[in-house]
Write a protein that binds this ligand. Structure first.
Ligand code: GTR
Length: 325
């Protein structure tokens, strides 16, 4: 109820803003699935502070964390249609809508987080940003999400063979479904908020994510075998409804872009610290971290590339990514 009232209030302000009321104070609403204090939540809040300061209070941001506005697939629809103005999500749930967003989701394409940064901060990142506009959103920033790895409640994974028959929740993207199938396991795409109970009740054996998500969503409590296979170094994306962005003056657009850029530097710092903190916390709580034989995982990914990297644009992008040193 409280949220609905808040959203209704926001709409009134947004209406004033659409009418170009120069002095109106506009509150932009942003969604995040993560809890308060998570690096992405903090980064968007920081972005909001900078925007507020640099527009002398004309624009501010309210972050609805902890999936208050819904799961990522739903909030993506909200930001595309303008029900909310901003959203911070993983790139993966965009895979079915923005073809180019597939590239960073491809397993073992990035060699390291440094490689991912170089690619996403450069021309290929710009190409991906432009592609998002066809979905009605402007990309303000790519944020770090480290590497995703599998965890499960049944057994430690030391090689691909151990994956056989296990049931994993995957993020909602066909790439992930096919990746798990290629490893001999079964994939169930489901919203993030259902994973804990899914593992607890045995609907699934586990899931895949980075340490901060494994920690803050408390999945370590129900799936203690975490295998560092690091299959995907998939960045987050912070987007804004394009129609709303286009209505800003060029000067304010610049302020938004610069504030987003500044928030990236901040998020990367927060992220690095959070990975260490979360890893230490889950280990202390009894999580068993193993490093499986990785080459087997890499070799198994061929069918994923064969199925998803089919057209000339994606083939070229994959080549370009590999060529970035
Ligand atoms: C996290 C990501 C979230 C969400 C989640 C998931 O790593 O930060 O935005 O996509 O994964 O698996 O659903």
């Amino acid at each position: 109820m409280k949220i609905l009232v808040k959203l209704a209030a926001g709409l009134v302000v947004a209406a004033a803003f659409m009418g170009n009321a120069a002095n109106a104070q506009t509150v932009l609403r942003s969604s995040d699935t993560h809890p308060d204090g998570y690096p992405t939540v903090e980064a968007v809040e920081y972005f909001g502070e900078l925007v507020k300061e640099r527009t002398a209070g004309r624009y501010s941001v309210e972050v609805y964390h902890s999936a208050q506005l819904g799961e990522e697939k739903d909030t993506i629809e909200q930001v595309r249609s303008g029900v909310i103005e901003l959203n911070r999500v993983s790139m993966a749930p965009f895979n079915g809508t923005v073809k180019e967003s597939i590239v960073p989701a491809l397993p073992y394409l990035f060699r390291s987080e440094e490689h991912m940064h170089k690619v996403m901060d450069g021309a290929i990142g710009d190409q991906i940003k432009t592609a998002f506009e066809s979905a009605g959103v402007v990309v303000l920033a790519f944020y770090d999400a480290g590497a995703r790895s599998f965890y499960n409640k049944q057994k430690p994974i030391s090689s691909v063979a151990d994956m056989k028959g296990l049931k994993f929740r995957v993020i909602q993207s066909d790439i992930f479904v096919d990746m798990v199938a290629a490893l001999g396991a079964n994939a169930t795409p489901m919203p993030y908020g259902e994973v804990y109970s899914g593992i607890e009740t045995g609907v699934i054996d586990g899931a895949e994510n980075n340490f901060p998500s494994y920690d803050t969503a408390k999945h370590f409590e129900v799936a203690k075998n975490y295998s560092l296979d690091e299959h995907t170094i998939l960045p987050e994306v912070f987007v804004m409804n394009k129609a709303v962005f286009d209505k800003l003056t060029p000067e304010v657009q610049e302020i938004f872009k610069q504030a987003a850029k500044d928030s990236v530097a901040k998020q990367r710092e927060l992220w690095a610290a959070k990975v260490k903190e979360s890893r230490a916390k889950v280990e202390a709580a009894g999580a068993q971290i193993t490093t499986p034989e990785k080459q087997g995982f890499i070799d198994a990914m061929k069918p994923v590339y064969e199925k998803h990297v089919t057209d000339a644009v994606l083939k070229k992008m994959v080549e370009d990514v590999r060529a970035v040193q």
